[in-house]
Structures are given as structure tokens and as C-alpha cells.
Design a protein around this ligand. Sequence first.
Ligand SMILES: O=C(O)CCC(=O)C(=O)O
Ligand SMILES: [Fe+2]
Length: 385
Amino acid sequence: MPSRSIVTPLENLWARIVDFLPNFIAAVVLLVIGVAIALGIRLLVIKLLNSIGWEKLAKKTPALRILEVGDIRYPFFELIGAVVFWVVILVFTGTAAHSLGLSSVELLIDHFVSFLPNLFLAVVIVALGAWMGGLAGRFARAFAHEWETGLRPDEVNYEPGVTPPDKTRQLCNVWKADRTLAATALAVRNAEFGARLARLPGLRLIQDNAIWKPPSGKALLCHQDAAYVGWLEPPNMTTCWMALDDTSADAGTIYYVRGSRHWPRFPAGGQFHAPDDWLGYVKEVVPAGEEIELVPIEVPAGGAAFHDGWTFHGSPPNDRADKERRAIVSHMVSADTRWADDAAPHPIYSRYRRPGEHELDEAFFPIMWREDGYRTAWLAEWCGT
Ligand SMILES: O=C(O)CCC(=O)C(=O)O
Ligand SMILES: [Fe+2]
């Protein structure tokens, strides 16, 4: 006969198992239900995102490219599905831990779940920062003469350590030097929106500009963009001006002269960089009876303004000592614009014309958008879109 001293612990153990078993079974059942519900909700979320064409939107939206790591493309809706799945699993794990009396585990999961919204917000902010920082970083590198592709922009109006620090810096056709900047300057949206505004069947890039007006930086002349392309037929321009910083009237943002695109088409005149009076030229030519009504174009970082090639515009000095004012500009011309026959060759851009050629070569002046769906083929790979 076994002694009591052995039987008692066994009985106790059995009693504890019997006590614990219903809770354990409940916890397992809860977990199984949790996994099933999480799988169901994940599927539902993915289906819902699919039905609103989220994947296409995600593919088209450069901001969502942050979700790609090298060649690994993690579709955005899959990621959202995965997050939803794990949140539901965590909630059920917490409940299961509760039924097992594991209060510390439950507490830990509770804390983690309540922390999730903060985590999500932090990830969004860091991702946005990385994207903006990425563009601003490429911008600074280009001005430091670090050409990612090995190609120099067509015009480099800035020499580090030589150019006076208060002069506004400018690079033209920086798309050749840097693919991240190219993706912004050559974005299909710039041309599609511009063409629809200007009622044109398509637009190609003639020249991009990266403009960096430093704190307390000097002015850029008030001018008509199309006056600088007399070597094209017809001279025309649709300009998309994109701000990298929040811009304001006191920080040297771009200003438009209201209604000036209906004025006569004047030849280029005046000094473009750091003129004594940025309104000097427009004051000289303003037609009798017209007024120079200046409109400051204040756009937040990431925003854009569009203007016609005959709209007078320019920017005063940056009155703020604490604000950079950086912009990327797409100067686009109607897709069917040709080389002008009787104009003097442009000292830089006419290098891209074969003798006697009239058509603009897409290798140098790519078509960004045309209403028939055409876009210069090499842009996709160059811009990584
Ligand atoms: O960014 C500016 O202040 C003006 C730029 C401009 O007018 C241009 O690039 O043609
Ligand atoms: Fe301009």
C-alpha cells in the first residue's frame, strides 16, 4: 500500500491538472478562433484594397516606393493585411493568457497593443522623412558636384567654395546627373497635369532646373520662360515649379505677375542671376495701361505651381535668415515643338541637334506624357518607375 506521503502530491497534481484543463482548452480554442478570425479579416482587407485598385495606386505613387527594398517589392496591401493579422492574433493571445491566469503576459500584450498606434505613426513619419530626406539629400549631393550617373548637368551655376554663399544656385538638366531628381523632374504627372491645363496633346522636357536659394539668398529676375527658347519653333513653355521647402512670401518664393501671359511676347532681357532689381526688366517692358500685380505663390513642401511660358515670374531675395528655399522645375514644351530654322543656335542646347534636323531627339528631350498614351520608353528605367 503506497504511503500517504506519495499519494498526496499526486492527488494534488491531478487536482491542479483538472482545475487547469478547462482553462487550457479554452485558451487553445480561443487561439484557434483568433487565428481563423485574423486570417478572415486579413483576406477581407486585401480584397477590399484590391477592389479599390490599391495596388495600381501603390505602384504609381513614388512615396510608396519606400516599401521596396532592392528588388523585393512588398505590395502595400499585403503589408496592411499582415499588420491587421498580427494585431488580431495579439488581441486573442492576450485573452488566452487571461484565461490561463497569466496576468503578466496579458499586461505585456495590453501594453504592446496600446502602443501600436504610436508605432504606426512613428513608422509613417520616419518613412516620409526618409523619402523627403532622400530627395533633399540627392539635391545637396548634386550641388556638391557628386553626379550619381557620372554625367554633368548641362548648366552648373554653382561652384562649392567659390560661388558667393548668398547667390541663388542653379543646375540645368540635373536629370542627367541624378536618377532620384530625374524621377521628380520627369514625372508623368507633371506633364499630364500641365498638358491638360495648357490644352496641349503632350509635353516633353526641354530643361529641368534645380534652384537652391539659401537663407538670405539673392533674387532671380522676373522673366518670361518662353523668351529663352527662341531656338525652338514655336517658342512655348509649360512650367511645373515644385517646392522642396514650405515657401512663403518673405522667404523668396516665386511670384507671378497676374494676367501677364496675355501681354506681348518680349525678348529675353536683363540679368537672370542676382539682378540689382528683380523687377527691373518687367518695369521696362510693362505695356501702357497695365499694372505689375505681383502674386506670391506660397506652396507647402512637396507642392507645385504651374505657369504658362509667357507669364512673367521671378523671385525676390530671401528675407529669412533661417529658411532654405529649394525647388525643382520642369520646363516642358509641347511634344510637337521643333528646332527653329532661322534662329541663332543655342550655345549649349543646339549641341543636341544633328545638322539639318528639325525633330527634337527624345534621347535629350524626352516625351513625358502624350494623350495617346505615349511616353519615351527609356524614362521608365532611368527614373526607376
Ligand atoms: O525658383 C525661382 O525662383 C524661379 C525659377 C524660374 O523662374 C525658372 O527656373 O525659370
Ligand atoms: Fe522661369
